[in-house]
Design a protein around this ligand. Structure first.
Ligand code: B12
Length: 311
């Protein structure tokens, strides 16, 4: 029985394992190992013996994933109550807020003051320059918006408003830079089930600002189509983004599949929270941990592909 049937048949009981993987970013194998090793989560079983996770266990798993992303070890977290996990998370959110300057966005979003919000983003971009805006301001805003959504302070549509506005801002800056056809030519996209586009746009803005020619396919391109587009457009580099919501094993398998499907001359670069963490590497893939490292990666590419060897 597949998971969608499980959910449709038992809507009140909870989510199937695939839905929990999508919702929390924790892989199915991890969920099964934790259940065996730590006794949590403890899913119910449906009539066909498939796992069904009650809503409160999914909430708890989401908190655990957030704390793991902040460097905490799963073993200790899995034995703690929901109250204790929430307390630790709000402690770390308060600390992050004190560190950054993103608080201003909340009253503007809450007050539906969209012209002011647009103006504020444009002014910060003009004042700080595109690179600093992308490397410092936007990550702080993303954290603040993500935490606001997670704590219930922001509605989902307010998160969407923010994303739309920022995407427009970044796209117009990229457009203003123009595409002069200079090498390398970079094809950007996300893979199936990865809806988050901001990381990709941020990478595109920095690539364009550093003289690369970018072509973005937007979100969720099937692997075969990415490979087809790379061949059809004489791409030098394919760049992918995986948010923290994307399970690592799924990202790894997709990267392996795409690497095999791409011509060997095409480099494969990837970044985002889904690839952060020790040991997260894939042969033939350049994982770029920090946005700032894009210019170094471009220098490396240009050094190994001197102009006379380029197409
Ligand atoms: C806006 C947003 C959404 C929007 C996305 C709209 C859109 N069109 O993009 C919507 C509402 C659709 C959404 C949905 C979901 N989201 Co969301 N979302 C966000 C938010 C606020 C910002 C979005 C984002 O794109 N971040 C991703 C990028 C910008 O950050 P990053 O991965 O850390 O990447 C950094 C670098 O690594 C680099 N980088 C990224 N990619 C690349 C690529 C290359 C080549 C290079 C060099 C560098 C690079 O750039 C970034 C610099 O800081 C974040 C909060 C946050 N802190 O990021 C949550 C967040 C990513 N979402 C989250 C979750 C849980 C979800 C959902 C599962 C929620 C749900 N239950 O439905 C779904 C999943 C949808 C899916 N299947 O993909 C969680 C993930 C937590 C986790 N550990 O699992 C976050 C962190 C929010 C939170 N605090 O809990 N989301």
């Amino acid at each position: 029985m597949n998971d969608s049937i499980t959910e449709a048949t038992y809507p009140a009981a909870g989510l199937g394992i695939a839905a929990v993987e999508r919702d929390t970013g924790l892989g199915k194998d991890t969920l099964r190992v934790w259940e065996r090793r730590y006794g949590f989560p403890q899913p119910l079983r449906d009539a066909c013996g498939e796992r069904v996770y009650p809503a409160e266990q999914v909430d708890q798993l989401r908190l655990i994933k957030r704390l793991i992303d902040q460097g905490r070890r799963p073993g200790a977290l899995l034995r703690q109550s929901m109250a204790s996990l929430s307390e630790q998370l709000s402690g770390s959110v308060a600390k992050a807020d004190a560190d950054d300057t993103a608080e201003w966005i909340i009253p503007l979003l809450k007050g539906r003051d969209l012209d002011h919000l647009r103006g504020e983003l444009a002014q910060r971009l003009a004042r700080d320059g595109l690179e600093r805006f992308v490397v410092e301001t936007v990550p702080a805003l993303n954290r603040r918006i993500g935490d606001g959504w997670m704590s219930g302070e922001l509605e989902i549509f307010e998160e969407h408003l923010y994303t739309e506005m920022l995407q427009n801002q970044l796209r117009s800056s990229i457009h203003a830079l123009g595409n002069r056809g200079t090498a390398p030519q970079v094809l950007l996209t996300t893979v199936k089930d990865e809806e988050h586009l901001l990381g990709l746009l941020m990478a595109e803005a920095l690539l364009a600002a550093n003289g690369a020619s970018c072509l973005s396919l937007g979100a969720q391109t099937p692997v075969a189509d990415i490979a087809g587009a790379a061949r059809g457009t004489l791409t030098d580099i394919v760049a992918l983004s995986f948010s923290a919501a994307y399970p690592w094993r799924k990202a790894r398998d997709t990267l392996i599949e795409l690497r095999a499907a791409l011509p060997s001359r095409v480099e494969l670069w990837a970044g985002g929270g889904g690839l952060a963490g020790r040991g997260r590497s894939v042969a033939g893939v350049r994982v770029i941990g920090e946005l700032r490292a894009i210019s170094v990666a471009l220098d490396d590419w240009r050094a190994t592909n001197p102009p006379r060897n380029r197409r």
